[in-house]
Design a protein around this ligand. Sequence first.
Ligand SMILES: Cc1ncc(COP(=O)(O)O)c(C=O)c1O
Length: 383
Amino acid sequence: MTAPDTRPRIPVMLPMLGEAEAQAAAEAVRSGWVAQGPRVAQFEREFAAAVGAAHGVAVSSCTTALHLALVVLEIGPGDEVIVPSLSFIATANAVRYVGATPVFADVELSTGNLTAETIDAVRTPRTRAVIAVHQGGVPADLTALRKAAEDWDVALVEDAACAAGSTAYGRSVGTGALIAAWSFHPRKVITTGEGGMITVDREDWAVRLRRLREHGMNVSAAERHASAQPVLEAYLETGFNYRMTDIQAAIGLVQLGRLDTIVAHRRAMAVRYHDLLADIEGLVPVRDPVYGQTNFQSFWVLFTGALEGRRDEALATLAAAGVSARRGIMAAHLEPAYDGVESAPLPVTERLTRHSLILPLHHALTEHDQEHVVAVLRELATS
Ligand SMILES: Cc1ncc(COP(=O)(O)O)c(C=O)c1O
């Protein structure tokens, strides 16, 4: 029998959850209202206010948020939606959920994001929408993308799954497009376990999104419960059960109160990584773009020059040294689910996905941990 592995491990991500979240969840349970109810409504109001949107609609995940965003935009069979292949696969899958065709566009090397030029290269008369991802928290250039979308008369959706607390042109991301989708998965900077949010300025869309997430009902279960008179609900269209629970929202409200602190701390740790990595030639860490600030949800490092091709070796070496790193952001077009789907050449996407890795970054990471991570990479670079 082999001895258990007792080496200290440095996880790549750790949600910052404390006693306040535990108590908030317990209070929701004690209240007897555990499904979508008053805490969800409060979380929607507070989240929308925090990002500067008129309405928030809480849902079960960012994947379901993206799905509903495309439903309200009335995108369907025969339509094309431009997405980055360099994204978690849910971005492209959401397009398939509505029967439309995802068309992959390349990204720029420094941000990992779509640009007006990469979209233009794959645009056709059937393009109805673009989903711009703020990859790993790095804001996409919303001013340029919004102008391009308006010029071409296509809808711009923001996949802000990773980007709570990131800014572009001095404003939160999520307010530069028609509609934005957010994630509260534990891998994100704030979490509700699972969960998502749609932010939108148009009230008629907010009303329809609320209906769609709850089976197409014209009155919510919470409103029916609150009414003294019997309420005969109607089902106005085919909807979904994409609701968030009040237990999740209770946790989300506490997490939202921590957002600024979490992001400030992540940014300070990123600066420290930048300093520590500065003298290692061939390792290029992600940075803020000129027009905005990232929350560093993912701190990736690109292997270039003499180190290009050594990413997988680095992952294995880090793992052996007790450091849990991750391969770079995935590329959907390289996955079996998208086999046989034709796309334009995606050289930058392929370079980023094959030659980058994501380093640990979370509130419990110590300065010593960061020094250890970088020492392992330095040794690899000089060997
Ligand atoms: C860019 C992006 N979009 C969508 C998602 C899906 O989010 P969720 O897990 O909340 O469905 C993720 C999750 O990793 C993501 O990174």
